[in-house]
Design a protein around this ligand. Structure first.
Ligand code: CP
Length: 303
């Protein structure tokens, strides 16, 4: 396997600014992989991909690993908690270290915002953003769009309500950029102290009653790990004001679907009985993460 030429690499740092044609081409390729009958292919035989998670993850990390293995890549899993990061090594030096050992691509999740592009600019292998702070989570939004398009047949003209902790949500931001670009209308609904005024020019903040009328009701987890003190009073108060309760879900349109990027706080932002109800796409979203990430890895390494 020769070293990738610089012009062959394709980072995926975010969806802001990604053209509609490119978004749809990733979704189309994911559709190919979803229907592909062979579990493991030799598409990325000889390529080494490192999953470097400096923040916790279950879905993103494991679905990348499944995607990499289905494509026949060699997979290296880096875990910050048992690495030299604990001795003070920087994220850049960690990525450079793995790069020097011959990896061909890095899947990276970090807490810091603004570092991902800088990292991508300084290394020679494609970097795929697996979530950076509250900035972007591009592969989550791509799998969300994939799930919506699969259900409705198109993204054009859909109304998508994203409800909850918008302020701290990279999922909300990546979905906003990609949905607007592909012809959907996005609206937000959030407690006063979890809004994001800088996003209001792109999507209106609406009341819960209005949000429930959408084609897609996407609930977000309250991201306590990113909160300053005092933002969140109690789970019960939050559920009453901003949770998708069974009573609220009964007021959604018959054709509408429920989504959530997970992990889910059952009985906080969504009632336990709704998580796996007929309208819910939550576990289908997770399943769709694998073919979508296969498409993203292929784009990064084979262009
Ligand atoms: N949706 C998502 O990013 O989940 P993980 O944090 O478990 O990867």
């Amino acid at each position: 396997m020769s070293t990738l030429q610089l012009d062959q690499r394709k980072h995926l740092i975010g969806l802001r600014g990604m053209p509609k044609s490119e978004i749809l081409s990733i979704l189309d390729r994911a559709s190919h992989w979803e229907s592909h009958p062979v579990t493991i292919t030799n598409t990325l035989n000889g390529y080494f991909v490192a999953n470097m998670f400096f923040e916790n993850s279950t879905r993103t990390r494991f679905s990348f690993e499944v995607a990499e293995k289905r494509l026949g890549a060699e997979v290296l899993n880096f875990t910050a908690a048992v690495s030299s990061v604990q001795k003070g090594e920087s994220i850049y030096d960690t990525v450079r270290t793995l790069e020097s050992m011959g990896i061909h691509a890095g899947v990276v999740r970090i807490k810091a915002i603004g570092v991902m592009q800088e990292l991508a600019d300084r290394v020679r292998v494609p970097i795929i953003n697996a979530g950076d702070g509250n900035n972007e989570h591009p592969t989550q939004a791509l799998l969300d769009l994939y799930t919506m398009r699969k259900h409705f047949g198109t993204l054009e003209g859909l109304t998508v309500s994203i409800i909850g902790d918008i302020k701290h949500s990279r999922v909300a931001r990546s979905n906003l950029w990609a949905l607007r670009e592909t012809g959907a209308k996005v609206q937000f609904c959030a407690p006063e102290n979890m809004t994001a005024p800088e996003l209001a020019e792109y999507a209106p903040f609406v009341a819960m009653e209005e949000a429930l009328k959408a084609d897609v009701v996407m609930m977000l987890r309250v991201q306590l790990e990113r909160h300053e003190d005092g933002l969140f009073r109690s789970a019960e108060q939050y559920r009453e004001a901003y949770g998708l309760t069974a009573e609220r879900a009964a007021r959604m349109a018959p054709h509408a679907i429920i989504m959530h990027p997970a992990p889910v706080n059952r009985d906080v932002e969504i009632d336990d009985e709704l998580v796996e109800c007929g309208k819910s796409k939550i576990f289908e979203q997770m399943a769709n993460g694998v073919p979508v990430r296969m498409a993203v890895l292929e784009r990064a390494l084979l262009g």
